[in-house]
Design a protein around this ligand. Structure first.
Ligand code: ZN
Ligand code: ZN
Length: 334
Protein backbone atom coordinates (compact mmCIF):
# COMPACT_ATOMS: atom_id res chain seq x y z
CA UNK A 1 0.00 0.00 0.00
CA UNK A 2 1.04 3.61 -0.43
CA UNK A 3 1.86 5.58 2.71
CA UNK A 4 3.12 9.16 3.05
CA UNK A 5 6.08 10.12 5.23
CA UNK A 6 7.11 13.66 6.06
CA UNK A 7 10.15 15.40 7.48
CA UNK A 8 11.46 18.95 7.73
CA UNK A 9 11.68 21.09 5.78
CA UNK A 10 8.42 20.25 4.00
CA UNK A 11 9.71 17.00 2.49
CA UNK A 12 7.09 14.38 1.65
CA UNK A 13 7.80 10.87 0.40
CA UNK A 14 5.15 8.43 -0.78
CA UNK A 15 6.48 4.96 -0.04
CA UNK A 16 5.22 1.48 -0.83
CA UNK A 17 4.81 -0.36 2.49
CA UNK A 18 3.48 -3.80 3.44
CA UNK A 19 -0.26 -4.07 3.94
CA UNK A 20 -0.65 -4.22 7.73
CA UNK A 21 -2.65 -6.96 9.46
CA UNK A 22 -4.85 -5.78 12.37
CA UNK A 23 -4.20 -7.22 15.83
CA UNK A 24 -7.08 -8.70 17.84
CA UNK A 25 -8.25 -5.28 19.14
CA UNK A 26 -7.50 -3.35 15.92
CA UNK A 27 -9.19 -2.57 12.62
CA UNK A 28 -7.79 -2.11 9.12
CA UNK A 29 -9.34 0.97 7.51
CA UNK A 30 -9.38 1.89 3.84
CA UNK A 31 -8.81 5.66 4.03
CA UNK A 32 -11.18 7.81 1.94
CA UNK A 33 -10.47 11.34 3.22
CA UNK A 34 -7.81 13.01 5.36
CA UNK A 35 -7.43 16.71 6.11
CA UNK A 36 -4.21 18.68 6.53
CA UNK A 37 -4.11 20.25 10.00
CA UNK A 38 -2.10 23.29 11.03
CA UNK A 39 -0.18 21.02 13.38
CA UNK A 40 0.87 18.93 10.36
CA UNK A 41 2.36 22.08 8.81
CA UNK A 42 4.20 22.84 12.03
CA UNK A 43 5.52 19.28 12.22
CA UNK A 44 6.66 19.51 8.59
CA UNK A 45 8.84 22.41 9.68
CA UNK A 46 10.66 20.57 12.51
CA UNK A 47 10.24 16.79 12.16
CA UNK A 48 13.80 15.41 12.20
CA UNK A 49 13.13 11.93 10.74
CA UNK A 50 10.60 10.81 8.15
CA UNK A 51 7.37 9.91 9.94
CA UNK A 52 3.77 9.17 8.92
CA UNK A 53 1.16 11.83 9.68
CA UNK A 54 -2.51 12.78 9.25
CA UNK A 55 -5.04 12.58 12.10
CA UNK A 56 -8.23 14.03 10.58
CA UNK A 57 -9.49 11.09 8.54
CA UNK A 58 -12.33 8.76 7.73
CA UNK A 59 -12.70 5.53 5.78
CA UNK A 60 -14.23 2.08 5.57
CA UNK A 61 -13.37 -0.80 7.91
CA UNK A 62 -11.85 -3.51 5.76
CA UNK A 63 -10.99 -6.05 8.45
CA UNK A 64 -11.47 -6.27 12.19
CA UNK A 65 -9.51 -8.27 14.79
CA UNK A 66 -11.14 -11.18 16.63
CA UNK A 67 -11.86 -9.18 19.82
CA UNK A 68 -13.42 -6.15 18.08
CA UNK A 69 -17.09 -5.61 18.96
CA UNK A 70 -17.88 -1.92 18.27
CA UNK A 71 -17.39 -1.90 14.48
CA UNK A 72 -17.19 -4.46 11.70
CA UNK A 73 -16.06 -4.80 8.11
CA UNK A 74 -17.99 -2.45 5.83
CA UNK A 75 -18.65 0.19 8.51
CA UNK A 76 -17.80 3.79 7.71
CA UNK A 77 -15.70 5.22 10.51
CA UNK A 78 -13.74 8.24 11.59
CA UNK A 79 -11.01 7.90 14.20
CA UNK A 80 -10.31 9.81 17.41
CA UNK A 81 -6.87 11.46 17.34
CA UNK A 82 -6.42 10.21 20.89
CA UNK A 83 -8.80 8.31 23.16
CA UNK A 84 -9.35 7.94 26.88
CA UNK A 85 -8.54 4.52 28.31
CA UNK A 86 -11.74 3.96 30.28
CA UNK A 87 -9.97 2.18 33.13
CA UNK A 88 -7.65 4.69 34.89
CA UNK A 89 -8.69 6.45 38.10
CA UNK A 90 -9.66 9.64 36.26
CA UNK A 91 -11.83 7.78 33.73
CA UNK A 92 -13.47 5.78 36.53
CA UNK A 93 -14.05 8.97 38.50
CA UNK A 94 -16.08 10.33 35.60
CA UNK A 95 -13.40 12.67 34.26
CA UNK A 96 -12.31 11.01 31.00
CA UNK A 97 -11.09 14.38 29.73
CA UNK A 98 -8.35 14.10 32.38
CA UNK A 99 -7.34 10.54 31.43
CA UNK A 100 -3.65 10.05 32.19
CA UNK A 101 -3.43 6.92 30.08
CA UNK A 102 -4.85 8.10 26.76
CA UNK A 103 -3.75 6.28 23.65
CA UNK A 104 -3.10 7.29 20.04
CA UNK A 105 -4.97 5.12 17.51
CA UNK A 106 -1.72 3.73 16.04
CA UNK A 107 1.15 6.19 15.60
CA UNK A 108 2.97 4.15 12.97
CA UNK A 109 -0.08 4.32 10.67
CA UNK A 110 -1.57 7.71 9.96
CA UNK A 111 -4.25 9.09 7.70
CA UNK A 112 -2.12 10.05 4.71
CA UNK A 113 -2.03 6.51 3.36
CA UNK A 114 -4.22 4.11 1.44
CA UNK A 115 -4.83 2.02 4.58
CA UNK A 116 -4.55 2.61 8.28
CA UNK A 117 -4.48 0.36 11.34
CA UNK A 118 -6.31 1.77 14.35
CA UNK A 119 -7.29 0.58 17.80
CA UNK A 120 -10.95 -0.34 17.44
CA UNK A 121 -11.78 1.71 20.52
CA UNK A 122 -10.76 4.86 18.65
CA UNK A 123 -12.99 4.13 15.63
CA UNK A 124 -16.37 5.86 15.65
CA UNK A 125 -18.95 4.69 13.09
CA UNK A 126 -21.12 7.09 11.11
CA UNK A 127 -23.63 7.13 8.30
CA UNK A 128 -25.55 9.74 6.37
CA UNK A 129 -22.64 12.13 5.76
CA UNK A 130 -19.73 12.08 3.33
CA UNK A 131 -16.22 10.88 4.12
CA UNK A 132 -14.99 14.45 3.70
CA UNK A 133 -17.47 15.76 6.25
CA UNK A 134 -16.64 12.93 8.65
CA UNK A 135 -12.93 13.75 8.38
CA UNK A 136 -13.76 17.17 9.87
CA UNK A 137 -15.16 15.60 13.05
CA UNK A 138 -11.79 15.82 14.79
CA UNK A 139 -11.22 19.58 14.27
CA UNK A 140 -14.91 20.22 15.03
CA UNK A 141 -14.33 18.46 18.37
CA UNK A 142 -11.40 20.82 19.00
CA UNK A 143 -13.58 23.86 18.25
CA UNK A 144 -16.33 22.45 20.46
CA UNK A 145 -13.88 21.96 23.34
CA UNK A 146 -12.75 25.58 22.91
CA UNK A 147 -16.32 26.92 23.06
CA UNK A 148 -17.29 24.62 25.96
CA UNK A 149 -14.19 25.82 27.85
CA UNK A 150 -15.29 29.43 27.29
CA UNK A 151 -18.77 28.66 28.62
CA UNK A 152 -20.58 31.01 26.21
CA UNK A 153 -23.92 32.21 27.59
CA UNK A 154 -27.01 33.64 25.92
CA UNK A 155 -26.33 37.12 24.51
CA UNK A 156 -22.60 37.08 25.37
CA UNK A 157 -20.46 39.37 23.25
CA UNK A 158 -17.82 37.07 21.79
CA UNK A 159 -14.52 37.91 20.10
CA UNK A 160 -12.70 35.16 18.23
CA UNK A 161 -8.99 35.55 17.49
CA UNK A 162 -8.11 33.84 14.21
CA UNK A 163 -10.14 32.60 11.24
CA UNK A 164 -8.51 29.22 10.64
CA UNK A 165 -10.74 26.13 10.56
CA UNK A 166 -10.97 26.00 14.38
CA UNK A 167 -11.78 29.71 14.71
CA UNK A 168 -14.34 29.48 11.91
CA UNK A 169 -16.14 26.50 13.43
CA UNK A 170 -16.04 28.34 16.76
CA UNK A 171 -17.91 31.22 15.09
CA UNK A 172 -20.75 28.91 14.15
CA UNK A 173 -20.73 27.17 17.55
CA UNK A 174 -20.75 30.52 19.40
CA UNK A 175 -23.81 31.52 17.38
CA UNK A 176 -25.48 28.20 18.18
CA UNK A 177 -24.76 28.77 21.85
CA UNK A 178 -26.61 32.07 21.71
CA UNK A 179 -23.84 34.64 21.45
CA UNK A 180 -25.32 38.12 21.05
CA UNK A 181 -22.54 39.41 18.87
CA UNK A 182 -19.55 37.67 17.30
CA UNK A 183 -16.45 39.58 16.19
CA UNK A 184 -13.62 37.81 14.36
CA UNK A 185 -10.02 38.96 14.12
CA UNK A 186 -8.45 37.90 10.81
CA UNK A 187 -5.73 38.91 8.37
CA UNK A 188 -6.86 40.74 5.26
CA UNK A 189 -5.28 38.25 2.84
CA UNK A 190 -7.48 35.42 4.19
CA UNK A 191 -10.38 36.23 1.88
CA UNK A 192 -11.99 32.78 1.79
CA UNK A 193 -11.80 32.53 5.59
CA UNK A 194 -13.34 35.97 6.06
CA UNK A 195 -16.21 35.09 3.70
CA UNK A 196 -16.90 31.88 5.62
CA UNK A 197 -16.70 33.67 8.99
CA UNK A 198 -19.49 35.93 7.75
CA UNK A 199 -21.48 32.97 6.46
CA UNK A 200 -21.09 31.22 9.83
CA UNK A 201 -22.51 34.27 11.56
CA UNK A 202 -19.76 36.77 12.34
CA UNK A 203 -21.18 40.28 12.78
CA UNK A 204 -17.90 42.06 12.40
CA UNK A 205 -14.43 41.28 11.04
CA UNK A 206 -11.42 43.22 12.28
CA UNK A 207 -8.45 42.99 9.91
CA UNK A 208 -5.53 42.88 12.32
CA UNK A 209 -2.91 43.80 9.73
CA UNK A 210 -4.81 47.02 8.99
CA UNK A 211 -6.36 47.88 12.33
CA UNK A 212 -5.26 47.45 15.96
CA UNK A 213 -7.93 45.22 17.50
CA UNK A 214 -7.44 46.68 20.99
CA UNK A 215 -8.18 50.17 19.62
CA UNK A 216 -11.03 48.93 17.44
CA UNK A 217 -12.80 47.30 20.39
CA UNK A 218 -12.00 49.91 23.02
CA UNK A 219 -15.08 50.77 25.08
CA UNK A 220 -17.08 47.80 23.82
CA UNK A 221 -18.30 44.99 26.02
CA UNK A 222 -16.54 41.68 25.45
CA UNK A 223 -17.66 38.76 27.62
CA UNK A 224 -15.91 35.83 26.02
CA UNK A 225 -12.73 35.68 23.95
CA UNK A 226 -11.72 32.56 22.05
CA UNK A 227 -8.07 32.64 21.04
CA UNK A 228 -6.87 30.37 18.23
CA UNK A 229 -3.88 32.57 17.35
CA UNK A 230 -0.35 32.23 18.84
CA UNK A 231 0.15 32.72 22.60
CA UNK A 232 1.78 36.11 21.89
CA UNK A 233 -1.71 37.49 21.15
CA UNK A 234 -2.98 36.76 24.67
CA UNK A 235 -1.99 40.20 26.03
CA UNK A 236 -4.35 41.74 23.44
CA UNK A 237 -7.10 39.44 24.70
CA UNK A 238 -6.48 40.69 28.23
CA UNK A 239 -6.77 44.28 26.98
CA UNK A 240 -9.98 43.63 25.04
CA UNK A 241 -11.67 41.59 27.81
CA UNK A 242 -14.37 43.35 29.83
CA UNK A 243 -14.67 43.06 33.59
CA UNK A 244 -15.39 39.43 34.50
CA UNK A 245 -14.66 38.06 31.02
CA UNK A 246 -13.43 34.57 30.21
CA UNK A 247 -10.56 34.01 27.78
CA UNK A 248 -10.35 30.53 26.28
CA UNK A 249 -7.17 29.62 24.40
CA UNK A 250 -6.21 26.72 22.16
CA UNK A 251 -2.72 26.13 20.84
CA UNK A 252 0.93 26.05 21.78
CA UNK A 253 4.29 27.32 20.64
CA UNK A 254 5.61 26.28 17.24
CA UNK A 255 8.89 26.82 15.41
CA UNK A 256 7.40 30.02 14.02
CA UNK A 257 5.63 31.27 17.16
CA UNK A 258 6.86 31.16 20.73
CA UNK A 259 4.77 29.38 23.35
CA UNK A 260 5.65 32.13 25.80
CA UNK A 261 4.09 35.49 26.46
CA UNK A 262 4.01 38.07 29.25
CA UNK A 263 0.68 38.72 30.97
CA UNK A 264 -0.19 41.57 33.30
CA UNK A 265 -1.59 39.60 36.23
CA UNK A 266 -2.47 42.76 38.16
CA UNK A 267 -4.66 43.81 35.30
CA UNK A 268 -6.22 40.38 35.06
CA UNK A 269 -6.82 40.40 38.81
CA UNK A 270 -8.53 43.78 38.90
CA UNK A 271 -10.61 42.90 35.82
CA UNK A 272 -11.56 39.56 37.41
CA UNK A 273 -10.56 37.71 34.24
CA UNK A 274 -10.41 33.97 33.81
CA UNK A 275 -7.88 32.43 31.44
CA UNK A 276 -8.81 28.86 30.52
CA UNK A 277 -6.75 26.61 28.27
CA UNK A 278 -8.49 24.16 26.00
CA UNK A 279 -6.76 20.90 25.01
CA UNK A 280 -8.97 18.40 23.19
CA UNK A 281 -6.90 15.33 24.02
CA UNK A 282 -8.33 12.82 24.55
CA UNK A 283 -10.72 13.68 21.74
CA UNK A 284 -14.20 13.86 23.21
CA UNK A 285 -17.50 14.62 21.49
CA UNK A 286 -17.07 12.55 18.28
CA UNK A 287 -20.64 11.16 18.24
CA UNK A 288 -22.00 14.60 19.11
CA UNK A 289 -19.98 16.28 16.35
CA UNK A 290 -20.98 13.64 13.78
CA UNK A 291 -24.60 14.22 14.74
CA UNK A 292 -24.27 18.01 14.48
CA UNK A 293 -22.82 17.62 10.97
CA UNK A 294 -25.53 15.18 9.94
CA UNK A 295 -28.37 17.29 11.31
CA UNK A 296 -27.04 20.40 9.59
CA UNK A 297 -26.39 22.37 12.78
CA UNK A 298 -23.03 23.06 11.21
CA UNK A 299 -22.33 22.71 7.50
CA UNK A 300 -18.64 21.83 7.40
CA UNK A 301 -18.46 21.39 3.63
CA UNK A 302 -17.48 25.01 2.83
CA UNK A 303 -14.35 24.57 4.96
CA UNK A 304 -12.87 22.29 2.30
CA UNK A 305 -11.35 24.54 -0.34
CA UNK A 306 -8.69 22.24 -1.78
CA UNK A 307 -8.88 18.54 -2.65
CA UNK A 308 -5.94 16.43 -3.75
CA UNK A 309 -4.89 12.78 -4.25
CA UNK A 310 -2.35 11.13 -1.91
CA UNK A 311 0.37 11.44 -4.55
CA UNK A 312 0.08 15.25 -4.47
CA UNK A 313 0.36 15.64 -0.70
CA UNK A 314 3.66 17.55 -0.96
CA UNK A 315 2.15 20.13 -3.33
CA UNK A 316 -0.91 20.42 -1.09
CA UNK A 317 1.30 21.12 1.94
CA UNK A 318 3.01 23.96 0.11
CA UNK A 319 -0.34 25.30 -1.11
CA UNK A 320 -1.35 25.53 2.56
CA UNK A 321 1.59 27.87 3.10
CA UNK A 322 1.30 29.94 -0.08
CA UNK A 323 -2.35 30.14 -1.18
CA UNK A 324 -3.54 32.13 1.82
CA UNK A 325 -6.21 33.95 -0.14
CA UNK A 326 -8.19 30.81 -1.04
CA UNK A 327 -7.06 28.17 1.45
CA UNK A 328 -9.21 27.12 4.35
CA UNK A 329 -8.79 23.33 4.58
CA UNK A 330 -6.98 21.04 2.15
CA UNK A 331 -8.20 17.45 2.08
CA UNK A 332 -6.84 14.30 0.54
CA UNK A 333 -9.64 12.33 -1.12
CA UNK A 334 -9.54 8.79 -2.50
ZN1 ZN B 1 -5.62 18.63 13.89
ZN1 ZN C 1 -8.20 6.82 31.50
Amino acid sequence: MKQAFMKAPDLVEIRETDLPVPGSDEVLIDVRACGICGSDLNAAAVQAEFAPFGHEFSGVVEAAGSAVRNVRAGDRVTVESSSFCGTCDMCRDGRPELCRNRYIFAPQYCGFAEKVIAKAGAAVPFEGISFEEAALTEPLGVALDLTETADIRLNDRVVIFGAGPIGLMAVRLARLKGAGRVTVLARSHSRARIALAERYGADRIILTDLENPVEALRGERTDRILVTTPPSTLPDAVSIASFGAVISHIGFGTPRFSGQCTLDIDRMHFKRLQLRLSFAAPALYFPRCLDMIKSGLIDVRPLITHRFPLEELGAALSACRTDREHMIKAMMVR
